[in-house]
Design a protein around this ligand. Structure first.
Ligand SMILES: Nc1nc2c(ncn2[C@@H]2O[C@H](COP(=O)(O)OP(=O)(O)O)[C@@H](O)[C@H]2O)c(=O)[nH]1
Ligand SMILES: [Mg+2]
Length: 399
């Protein structure tokens, strides 16, 4: 028996066509209920932002605080990436030694360094990502086989994580050399090709990393610098909700091709590096990197495909911003900024630049953060999860 406001229909007294229409309508209702139920339980989040701003690090924090917490066998999977980061840092220092006219202490170490540089050339992640994007502009495929193959080749040539492998000894020997140590001590004075915080961290921990019983710590995992190629999806369950987070890995140039796939996204988590305020864009050095992020943010937050999607902005790398402000004023990026160089004042100003042009129907949430800081991120994640639950609730009610 079906009830429709005032009337009661009996299936047996209806025509065949009427019965099948009702059956169809029931099935549609059921599908809609299921869909509504699924949406209430599943939250799709889109992670956006240029490469290197901390998106993967954020996802690692989610995994740590709301996922499997990286059991030991999972941590071992990061060892190759860590070794690659150590090798890159060493080779970068060798290049600086050359520029500074520094020689290794013995001819044996000199030979070893030549050999090491040949076997482990620096992998230019920026070049790889660029190549990958160019190929993407022409092809539909998200991760071109050529780039994947190139990356795999580079990695297999490294093949380092064998504690008994000679490379571990070689790293020790090269790192212990007095000229290498002197060069490292001068790192803050490098004019170009500065060491990243991640290289600095891994070089300072070479002894521990190269030990036979090494298992990557959570902090090691957060410091890894490794490019994300292609679209990646990560799911996490917090309380009753399944969060489906899609990291499109800084796929900016072809956004028009895929943004419509994310119409259903409940929120965009948009990442920006505060530390990029004095950096030029890799692909166009006439453009300031933070200004470019601001433009990308304005553009995507006004996309009509995302007009039902809320935005949560993460102004990341606030630790590096604080360091840089000691020597470089914020006006480098925002000439109209005339305030002081206190990090909090500068962050307030940057936040304002990002949120002042928001679409009127959207709430805009902005958080300054440091994605490698484990306790800080634990608290921030709990705030963000609460916020997403609220957004999702409002959205399902409005359906
Ligand atoms: N100092 C500092 N480094 C960070 C922070 N967030 C991420 N990183 C580092 O920045 C590098 C790039 O981060 P990643 O998450 O891979 O960037 P993605 O390309 O946006 O996924 C890694 O070496 C991270 O350890 C931060 O808040 N402060
Ligand atoms: Mg990434």
């Amino acid at each position: 028996m079906l009830r429709n406001k005032n009337k009661t229909f009996s299936l047996t007294t209806m025509s065949k066509g009427g019965r099948s229409a009702i059956a169809r309508s029931r099935s549609i209702d059921q599908q809609l209920d299921e869909e509504r139920g699924r949406r209430e339980r599943e939250v799709q989040l889109l992670i956006l932002g240029p490469p290197g701003v901390g998106k993967s690090t954020f996802l690692k924090q989610v995994r740590l605080h709301h996922g499997d917490q990286f059991p030991p066998e999972e941590r071992r999977k990061y060892h190759d990436q860590i070794m690659q980061n150590v090798a890159t840092g060493l080779v970068q220092l060798m290049e600086h030694m050359e520029r500074m006219g520094l020689k290794f202490d013995s001819p044996d170490t000199e030979r070893l360094s030549d050999d090491f540089r040949k076997k482990h050339p620096r992998v230019s992640f920026v070049a790889l990502i660029k190549k990958f994007k160019e190929a993407d502009d022409e092809a539909e495929e998200i991760c071109p086989a050529t780039t994947k193959a190139e990356l795999t080749k580079r990695l297999s040539s490294l093949d380092v994580y064998q504690p008994e492998s000679p490379i571990v000894d070689h790293m020790h020997t090269l790192w212990a050399d007095p000229s290498m140590q002197y060069c490292f001590s001068r790192r803050l004075k490098f004019d170009t090709d500065k060491l990243t915080q991640s290289s600095e961290y891994f070089l300072q921990h070479i002894g521990r990393i190269c030990s036979a019983d090494y298992v990557a710590s959570i902090q090691d995992i957060m410091y890894i610098c490794w490019p994300t190629l292609g679209i990646q999806e990560h799911t996490f369950r917090v309380d009753q909700l399944l969060y489906r987070m899609v990291d499109v890995a800084g796929q900016r140039s072809m956004r028009k091709k895929w943004i419509h796939f994310f119409e259903e996204a409940v929120a965009v988590l948009f990442f920006v590096s505060l530390a990029s305020y004095d950096e030029p864009l890799e692909e166009d050095t006439s453009v300031n990197s933070l200004q470019d992020s601001l433009q990308a943010f304005n553009e995507v937050s006004h996309s009509h495909f995302l007009n039902k999607t809320e935005f949560i902005l993460f102004l990341n790398k606030k630790d590096l911003l604080a360091q840089k402000l000691k020597t470089t004023p914020l006006s480098t990026c925002f000439p109209s900024y005339s305030g002081n160089q206190n990090p909090d004042s500068c962050i307030r100003y940057i936040k304002e630049q990002f949120t002042q042009n928001k679409p009127s129907q959207k709430q805009m949430y902005a958080h300054a953060c440091c994605a490698i800081d484990v306790p800080f991120m634990k608290d921030l994640l709990s705030t963000v999860v609460d916020r997403i639950v609220d957004i999702n609730l409002r959205r399902t009610k409005a359906m």
